[in-house]
Design a protein around this ligand. Structure first.
Ligand SMILES: Cc1ncc(C[n+]2csc(CCOP(=O)(O)OP(=O)(O)O)c2C)c(N)n1
Ligand code: SF4
Length: 428
């Protein structure tokens, strides 16, 4: 039963874009009637369409429409649904069996969470828009142009899968005649609902399966035409949820306590070994720079196996806001171990000038930079060598007041372990 064009409210008065006899037309027209049954008006509806023949319906709709990527329409609809929750508007997803196959996890997630939307699966057993490839929902024995021998395996039962997630309403229907009633039932339900409409694609499905009887094929496939779930759970509701605490809540602001004479951005690399306090040294340097009123960025680099190998950090300190956080060539490098030197070598090779502070044991190659060797490891031990290297740098080059660093060490959560007096004694 097709609606006369004049009866349409949600669809434009124009010929729909599908091939003659395509069930997509019936679904679109039945959806119009279903929405009329519910007394809705076009701007009460957000249609999220997927990629595929069914998806080109959106240009024929008077409703709001959003066109998603293939298989991702449900993910998009979860965002839409969350954004408009409690508005009284309805989110309807049009998706093909191809999109369901490609984006299955999005569907399962939305169903499991019971997002407020109705998903209408246009199951014509093949990828129509791209010429008739089979999908996960292709019936066993159903032939397609690219599978002339017919599908060997039974289809995935999307209704069983979605119903098993606890979704509110799930049903499978045959897309022949007026299907506006089951569509209206599903759309009226709060929470997640899915209607799988079994279809025919005359252009590929009928041609590859001449004389096929839709109802008979479904019956012999073992898929049931029925309501799989009809629950009353409340829909997912973001506003019910309590705002989680921010990660920044427990971070106290660093007060400005010292002055610095730095007039240009400086890029500092600290490179050492995993477990030898490189990231702590970098953090303390960053915090010290903030305490003298500078802008700071800090980036850590280490292998995925964080407990072995090199550990490095790039810090930019600047009197001006830092618009680009990359630091391909540092002005200063502090190298506290052989691992650190191995990692830093390509970077040192790019330095045109600047300074390298390195442990005395390391063979730092000659370069365009000035090298200062210090007994970092011998004087304070491996664990504090990187921090001690940074302290040497501050002292020798008057980069920042050493007191700023001492202050940060003392107030650091690991400050006790760092034994600042021992470090200061070794420095003098
Ligand atoms: C991620 C991704 N893979 C593949 C495609 C190519 N593609 C476009 S339409 C389509 C088939 C759509 O089939 P279906 O979802 O069943 O909808 P129908 O055309 O049958 O209505 C495919 C595979 C794509 N656009 N995006
Ligand atoms: S190719 Fe098939 S699915 Fe696409 S519009 Fe034509 S009949 Fe419908």
């Amino acid at each position: 039963m097709g609606s006369r064009m004049g009866d349409r409210i949600f669809l434009k008065d124009e010929k729909l874009p599908f091939c003659k006899g395509c069930t997509h037309t019936n679904i679109a027209e039945s959806t119009d009637r279903a929405l009329q049954r519910l007394g809705l008006s076009p701007l009460d509806v957000i249609l999220v369409s997927d990629i595929g023949c069914h998806g080109i319906i959106d240009r024929s709709m008077h409703t709001h429409t959003v066109h998603g990527l293939h298989g991702r329409s449900v993910a998009l609809a979860t965002g839409v649904s969350t954004a408009i929750e409690n508005s009284g508007q309805k989110v309807i997803v049009f998706i093909g069996d191809g999109g369901v196959s490609i984006g299955m996890q999005h569907l399962i997630h939305a169903a499991h969470k019971n997002y407020d939307m109705t998903v209408v699966v246009h199951n014509n057993f093949l990828y129509g828009m791209t010429g008739g490839q089979p999908s996960e929902l292709t019936l066993q024995g159903f032939r397609t142009p690219t599978l002339p021998g017919g599908a060997e395996d039974p289809p995935e039962d999307i209704c069983e899968i979605v119903a098993s997630t606890g979704a509110n309403h799930v049903c499978r229907i045959v897309g022949i005649g007026d299907i506006s009633l089951p569509l209206a039932d599903a759309i009226a339900k709060p929470g997640f609902s899915l209607v799988e409409v079994m279809e025919i694609c005359p252009s590929y499905g009928m041609k590859a399966n001449p004389g096929m009887k839709l109802a008979k094929m479904i019956e012999s496939s073992g898929l049931e035409i029925k309501v799989f779930a009809d629950r009353q759970k409340p829909a997912f509701n973001q506003t019910r949820k309590e705002e989680p605490p921010s990660l920044l809540d427990n971070r106290a602001a660093i007060p400005r306590s010292f002055e610095s004479g730095i007039t240009r951005p400086l890029r500092i690399m600290i490179s050492g070994s995993a477990g030898e306090g490189v990231q702590t040294a970098a953090e303390l340097l960053a915090r010290s720079a903030i305490s003298v009123g500078l802008h700071v960025t800090k980036k850590g680099s280490y292998p995925v196996t964080v407990g072995i190998g090199f550990s490095a950090s790039e810090i930019i300190i600047s009197p001006r806001p830092i618009m680009y956080t990359g630091s391909p060539t540092p002005d200063i490098a502090v190298v506290s171990s052989a691992d650190g030197l191995g990692f830093a070598l390509p970077t040192l090779g790019r330095m045109k000038d600047g300074l390298v502070v390195a442990d005395s044991s390391l063979h730092v190659p000659h370069g365009a930079y000035r090298t200062v060797k210090k007994d970092l490891r011998k004087l304070v031990g491996a664990r504090d060598a990187a921090l001690f290297g940074v302290m040497n740098l501050l002292k020798e080059e008057s980069l920042l007041p050493l007191e700023a660093m001492v202050e940060q060490i003392k107030s650091n959560r690991n400050g006790q372990k760092l034994k600042v007096d021992k470090l200061l004694a070794a420095l003098s």
